[in-house]
Design a protein around this ligand. Structure first.
Ligand code: NAP
Length: 256
């Protein structure tokens, strides 16, 4: 039912974890996919090869999304090589787990520069490729958030604040771009086992506790489950979903 044939997607942080699963999901639905990475060149190349095996075009782009010049160069590359951009998944983020009481100003700067600023610089740089006339297929921006945007979690204050800002910025982007043919939405994911959660303090206990709170049976939440939600928000099925946050957590947050 979802057919993204002919569309071009960019997934930031597409080399690993949720970004990798998303890149593959979008390709399975027909999209060509550009994989952004910052350090994991060979992992990104593997994802691009997987996208190509599915019969889609792909490329890898090294860009530190916290650097506006890198973001601008990446979007220029996409314009030159593909001539379009239909789906922008702002997924890349980095850890920096620490308590607020131990945080220094540079730690807040780092969290905001990596997790928040890219949403703005990507939207600015890609605006010319994303905006559409009435009646044309809509473009999609999807950003990844977490429960830390709303809940207190151990050593998560900086990242949580960055995710809260990101959810606000998505709503503002929806306000600024919505009538120019662009949908801007968030997928808020529950806890998923990826490289990033390996560094989460108390991860093992947290996974065990979350598993007990889920309202969808015993299957743990996976990167593929999150990718499915991103796929929905990247597709025409969500054309009337605007400025929203879609929670994918097996119902954990229902319990409050
Ligand atoms: N895992 C969870 O439980 C969970 C829950 C809710 C939300 N999320 C969100 O989902 C997203 C992905 O998380 P994940 O767990 O899949 O992370 P991950 O496995 O640690 O992967 C992070 C990805 O981001 C890239 N990246 C990091 N800093 C970057 C930078 N400055 N420039 C460009 N790329 C950069 C990495 O590239 P390299 O491989 O090149 O280093 C990698 O591809 C994040 O926004 C995260 O906050 C995760």
């Amino acid at each position: 039912m979802i057919d993204l044939t002919g569309k071009l997607a960019l997934v930031t942080g597409g080399s690993r974890g949720i970004g990798r699963a998303t890149a593959v999901r979008l390709a399975e639905a027909g999209a060509d996919v550009v994989i952004n990475f910052v350090t994991s060149q060979s992992a990104a190349a593997e994802v691009a090869a997987e996208v190509q095996r599915l019969g889609r075009r792909s490329a890898t782009v090294k860009a530190d999304v916290s650097e506006p010049e890198d973001v601008a160069a990446m979007i220029d590359f996409i314009g030159d090589q593909f001539g379009r951009l239909d789906i922008l998944v702002s997924n890349a983020a980095s850890g920096g787990f620490r308590t607020l009481l131990d945080a220094q100003p540079q730690h807040l700067d780092a969290a905001m520069h990596t997790n928040v600023l890219p949403l703005i610089t990507l939207a600015q740089a890609a605006r010319g490729l994303l905006v559409r006339d009435q009646g044309q297929d809509r473009a999609k921006i999807v950003a990844l958030s977490s429960h830390g945007s709303r809940l207190g979690l151990p050593a998560y204050g900086l990242i949580g604040a960055s995710k809260a800002a990101l959810e606000s910025i998505i709503r503002q982007l929806a306000y600024e771009l919505g009538n120019d043919g662009v949908n801007c939405n968030v997928v808020l994911a529950g806890l998923v086992a990826t490289d990033s959660t390996k560094h989460l303090p108390g991860a093992e206990e947290m996974f065990a506790a979350v598993q007990k709170q889920m309202l969808t049976g015993e299957r743990p939440l996976t990167a593929d489950d999150v990718a499915d939600a991103v796929l929905f928000l990247s597709s025409p099925l969500s054309d009337l979903v605007q400025g929203a946050t879609l929670v994918v957590d097996g119902g954990v947050s229902v319990r409050g």
